[in-house]
Design a binder for this molecule. Structure first.
Ligand SMILES: Nc1ncnc2c1ncn2[C@@H]1O[C@H](COP(=O)(O)OP(=O)(O)O)[C@@H](O)[C@H]1O
Ligand SMILES: CC(=O)OP(=O)(O)O
Ligand SMILES: [Mg+2]
Length: 413
């Protein structure tokens, strides 16, 4: 029996770890996640077969690397999970790394590649630092298992030069790798394959506007199976606002915010160099700054608890609409589907309804009951109102861990 695969997805508010069988398609053996670092106490959820467990964790777990260690310990010591009890049972570890610079494909970790990834750390300090900490941890604790990194940015390598380029001094831009990279690409790749399959079209002929709305949120325009634009940029800060991120602002705001904005933040360490401005715009902004909560289910309500909650909701809706309009035009109106994904995109019927009501001019409409029911247990759920002439409206339950494991079983068996 081939050994199992462990897929690790370190996001900004959660760490998700799934164990899979080595077969095509990979089958889930167990799924564990710690979520809510930004709204402590964090929650641990664990599922194996029919067994489900949920508990609140102590506040001692507040980084992705702590959460990963906790999950690994719990899974390896679960007597009912005999398939994965030690490194002997694993063939590969897949790691989601948000920023992969110019890498177009997954990469096997060795001393050289790890070193190169360390040089990219400053381009996404808040994401890559934790992911690399987890990779280093696996190298130490599970040295016999191959680690493969998958990059959020790889999917967007197909963006045209004029989309990737910032209009600044090109010598400095090239020297420092200053361009649009885009993120959530592992998720977009899963969504593209799943939606194309659902639509019964080859991926290379599929045009989509996909919204990955979670605690980090982005949108992607896909033409003939390729990313032609996305809302995040050099770092995952650009574009839409998120749980703790401002999204797009006038860059000059940084110089007027506080006189200390350019100094190193207290969170800086020997390995991670982060300025106060980066810390403020990445970790102390977004709906947390507007409402005090990072839990979007407390914001996306018919009767929100305060004007600030309503404002946070309206801002997100406004910014998403701007991108839908932008990408609809860039795709020449030839859009097979608008797709909702990510924690919020999948769970908030109110956000979907509000957005689709405001996009009526594109000929899109949704079935209210289907929208309220949410994705149920389907990977792709169609919520289009019958008879519409515009693009379909779909919910896709994205799965970055599956996407990585799928890549392993289809390329390395
Ligand atoms: N029922 C719900 N309605 C609206 N938002 C929700 C709901 N349940 C969870 N969320 C939000 O989903 C987000 C997490 O999304 P997810 O994509 O899993 O995050 P991450 O960015 O960590 O990968 C959190 O901001 C959470 O508040
Ligand atoms: C790129 C990014 O923002 O990822 P996440 O939403 O998982 O934090
Ligand atoms: Mg995520």
């Amino acid at each position: 029996m081939p050994k199992s695969i462990m897929a690790v997805n370190a996001g900004s508010s959660s760490v998700k770890v799934t164990f899979y069988t080595f077969e095509n398609p990979p089958r889930t053996i167990a799924d564990a996640q710690v979520s809510g670092f930004t709204a402590p106490p964090p929650t641990f959820k664990y599922q194996r077969g029919d067994y489900q467990h949920k508990e609140e964790l102590e506040n001692t777990i507040n980084t992705p690397q702590d959460a990963f260690q906790f999950i690994l310990h719990r899974c390896f010591n679960d007597p009912e999970l005999s398939e994965v009890a030690s490194d002997d049972d694993l063939s590969y570890i897949c790691h989601r790394v948000v920023h992969g610079g110019d890498y177009t494909e997954a990469l096997e970790i060795n001393d050289d590649t790890l070193h190169h990834l360390e040089t990219l750390e400053d381009l996404a300090p808040l994401h890559n630092f934790s992911a690399l900490e987890i990779i280093r941890l696996c190298k130490n604790k599970l040295p016999s298992v191959k680690s493969i990194t998958f990059f959020d940015s790889s999917f967007h390598q197909t963006m045209p030069l004029h989309v990737k380029t910032y209009p600044i001094n090109q010598e400095i831009a090239k020297q420092n790798g200053l361009r649009k990279y885009g993120f959530h690409g592992i998720s977009y790749s899963f969504i593209l394959r799943s939606v194309a399959q659902y639509l019964n079209k080859p991926a290379e002929k599929t045009n989509l506007i996909v919204m990955h709305i979670g605690s980090g949120a982005s949108i992607c325009a896909i033409r003939e199976g390729k990313s032609i634009d996305t809302s995040m940029g050099l770092t995952p800060l650009a574009g839409l606002p998120g749980a703790t991120r401002s999204g797009d602002i006038d860059p000059s705001l940084v110089f007027h915010y506080t006189s200390d904005a350019g100094k190193l933040s207290p969170a800086s360490t020997k390995e991670m160099h982060i300025s106060q401005a980066e810390e403020i715009l990445n970790k102390q902004s977004g709906w947390k700054a507007l409402t005090g909560t990072t839990d979007f289910s407390k914001i996306a309500m018919e009767n929100p608890p305060s004007e600030s909650h309503k404002l946070a909701f309206d801002i997100l809706v406004d910014r998403i609409l701007g991108y839908i309009g932008n990408y609809y035009v860039k795709l020449g109106g030839e859009v097979d589907a608008l797709v909702f994904a990510g924690g919020i995109g999948e769970k908030s019927a109110l956000l979907r309804r509000t957005l689709i009501e405001k996009t009526g001019s594109l000929g899109v409409a949704i079935d209210s009951d289907a929208n309220d029911q949410g994705p149920e247990d389907k990977t792709v759920k169609d919520i289009t109102k019958g008879g519409g002439k515009g693009p379909r409206v779909l919910i896709c339950q994205t799965n970055e861990q599956f996407e990585m494991a799928y890549h392993i079983v289809t390329t390395r068996s």
